[in-house]
Design a protein around this ligand. Structure first.
Ligand SMILES: NC(=O)c1ccc[n+]([C@@H]2O[C@H](COP(=O)([O-])OP(=O)(O)OC[C@H]3O[C@@H](n4cnc5c(N)ncnc54)[C@H](O)[C@@H]3O)[C@@H](O)[C@H]2O)c1
Length: 419
C-alpha cells in the first residue's frame, strides 16, 4: 500500500492549497535547495526509512521533501497537534510521503500517530521536543535497537535526551541540533522573537506600543521576544530565576523583577522558559483586568490553566483567544490554549530562519546515517564543520563575503610564545 492509503490525515483534497504553501516556502529556502541538488546526486538516504516528528507546516514539509529527494522513504507525524496544517500534510501525502497527523488531534490520537510512525520501522529519526524518542524508549525498547540515530530540534527535547543519557538508557546516538550556533543564535532568538509577536498581533489585533510586556525566561528565545517587544514600542519587564541571565537582561536595557510584581502591571505575559507551572495562582491573582497571556515554550505546561480557570471554564471570545473570568470579575485572556503561540496561532518562524535550521537538520541526519553506526549512544553536538558550512552557505546566498585569516595570523592565534 502507498502513502495515500496508509496515511491518517484530515483530507487529501486539501493538497493543492498545501502545495502552494510549500512552494512559497521552498522559493525562499536557498540552503535547502542547494542541499536538495546535492542529495539528488548523492542519494545519501537511499534504501532508508526516515521518521520525522516536527511541527507540520510548509517549511518542515519542504525539509521532509528534501530528505525524500535524497532517496529516503519518509514518514511524518506532528510534534504538536495544534500547529499541524492539514493542507500541507495532504500535499506531502500526495507526494508519496506517509503522514499521521491531524490538526487538533487529542492526546490519545496524538500518541497513536507517533506509534503509527514507529510501526513503519524507521532507520533514523528527526524529533522536536522528544516525544517520539521518548515513546520509543518507554514502549518499544526492542525496536530502539533498530535505530541508527537521530537529530533533536529543540531545547526541551535535548533536556529529555540528556536525562536518558544520564541514566545510561539512551539507545542510539542523537545530534543536538538546537545547540548549534546556527540554530539558537538565529532560530531561537530572531525566529521566536519575530514569530511570537506576529502570533500575538494577528490573534488579538491589539496594539503593542505603550503597553507593558512581561517576558518570563531570558534564554535565547526570551531574548528575541524581549528585543522585538522593545522594537514594537512596549515597556519590557523580564522575569528570571538565573541571576546571570537577570543581569544580562538589565544590561540589555530591560527592567527585571519577580513575576508576581510584574504581573500587576502586565498587559502581555509571555512565558518562554521550558519549565512547568511558571505562571501560577499568585501571578494570576495579581494580574489586572484584560491582561493577555501566552506561551512560547515547547509544552503547554508553563501557564497553569487550572489556576486560571478556578472560577469556571473559559469561553472563546475570538479564534484562539480564551477568556478566563476571575471571581472578582477580572478577565484574563489566554492565547492558543497555552501552546506555542507562534506555531499554534501563526505560521511559526520566518522561512529564511528555518532554512538555516533545517540545513543543519539535513546535514546532521546525513552524518548520522553515514557514521552513526560507529558512534556510542550519546547526545552529540552538531559537528563544527556542519555548523560552519551552514553559515558559509547562508552568507553566500546573501551575497556577503568576509575576510580570511592570513597564515601569519593563524600561526599567531595558535601559538603561546608570542615573541
Ligand atoms: N516557540 C518556538 O518556536 C520555540 C523555538 C525554540 C525553542 N522553543 C522552546 O522555548 C523554550 C525556551 O528555549 P530557550 O532556547 O530560550 O531555552 P534557554 O534554556 O536558553 O532559556 C530558558 C530560560 O528560562 C529560565 N527559567 C526557567 N524556569 C524559570 C522560571 N520558573 N521563571 C523564570 N525563568 C525561568 C532559565 O533560567 C533560562 O534562562 C524551550 O521549551 C524550547 O524548547 C520554542
Amino acid at each position: 500500500m502507498g502513502s495515500k492509503e496508509e496515511s491518517q490525515i484530515r483530507d487529501l483534497a486539501l493538497a493543492p492549497e498545501g502545495r502552494r504553501k510549500i512552494d512559497w516556502a521552498a522559493a525562499h529556502m536557498p540552503l535547502l535547495n542547494t542541499l536538495r541538488e546535492r542529495f539528488e546526486k548523492d542519494l545519501p538516504f537511499r534504501g532508508l526509512k526516515i521518521g520525522i516528528c516536527l511541527h507540520l507546516e510548509a517549511k518542515t514539509a519542504y525539509l521532509a521533501e528534501v530528505i525524500q529527494a535524497g532517496g529516503a522513504e519518509v514518514t511524518v507525524a506532528a510534534s504538536n497537534p495544534l500547529s499541524t496544517q492539514d493542507d500541507v500534510v495532504a500535499a506531502l501525502v500526495d507526494n508519496g510521503i506517509y503522514a499521521f497527523a491531524r490538526h487538533g488531534a487529542d492526546d490519545a490520537e496524538y500518541g497513536a500517530h507517533l506509534r503509527a510512525l514507529l510501526d513503519r520501522h524507521p532507520d533514523a529519526l528527526i524529533d522536536d521536543g522528544g516525544d517520539l524518542v521518548g515513546t520509543l524508549h518507554r514502549e518499544r525498547p526492542e525496536q530502539s535497537r533498530e535505530i541508527i540515530g537521530g537529530c533533536e530540534e529543540t531545547t526541551t527535547g535535548i533536556l529529555r535526551l540528556r536525562a536518558l543519557e544520564r541514566e545510561g538508557a539512551l539507545a542510539f546516538p542523537m545530534i543536538a541540533v538546537n545547540d548549534a550556533y546556527c540554530k539558537y543564535l538565529f532560530d531561537n532568538r530572531y525566529g521566536t522573537g519575530q514569530s511570537v509577536w506576529d502570533g500575538i498581533m494577528r490573534t488579538t489585533n491589539l496594539v503593542v506600543a505603550g503597553k507593558t510586556a512581561v517576558v518570563v525566561g531570558y534564554g535565547w528565545c526570551g531574548k528575541g521576544v524581549a528585543m522585538r517587544a522593545k522594537g514594537l514600542g512596549a515597556r519590557v519587564v523580564v522575569c528570571e530565576v538565573n541571576p546571570i541571565k537577570a543581569i544580562e537582561a538589565i544590561m540589555d536595557g530591560f527592567e527585571v523583577m519577580p513575576l508576581v510584581e510584574a504581573s500587576r502591571e502586565a498587559d502581555f505575559v509571555i512565558t518562554v522558559t521550558g519549565n512547568r507551572g511558571v505562571v501560577g495562582k499568585e501571578a494570576v491573582a495579581a494580574m489586572k483586568d484584560g491582561a493577555v497571556l501566552c506561551n512560547a515554550g515547547h509544552f503547554d505546561v508553563e501557564i497553569d490553566k487550572e489556576a486560571l480557570g478556578e472560577a469556571g471554564p473559559p469561553r472563546e471570545v475570538r479564534r484562539n483567544v480564551q477568556e478566563y473570568r476571575q471571581k472578582d470579575g477580572r478577565r484574563l485572556y489566554l492565547l492558543a490554549e497555552g501552546r506555542l503561540v507562534n506555531l499554534a496561532a501563526g505560521d511559526g518562524h520566518p522561512v529564511e530562519v528555518m532554512d538555516m535550521t533545517f540545513a543543519l537538520q539535513a546535514l546532521s541526519l546525513r552524518r548520522i546515517v553515514e557514521q552513526g553506526r560507529q558512534w556510542e549512544p550519546r547526545v552529540y553536538p552538531v559537528p563544527e564543520d556542519i555548523d560552519r558550512e551552514v553559515a558559509k552557505l547562508r552568507l553566500a546566498t546573501l551575497g556577503v563575503r568576509i575576510d580570511r585569516l592570513t597564515e601569519q595570523q593563524e600561526r599567531y592565534l595558535r601559538s603561546w610564545n608570542l615573541e
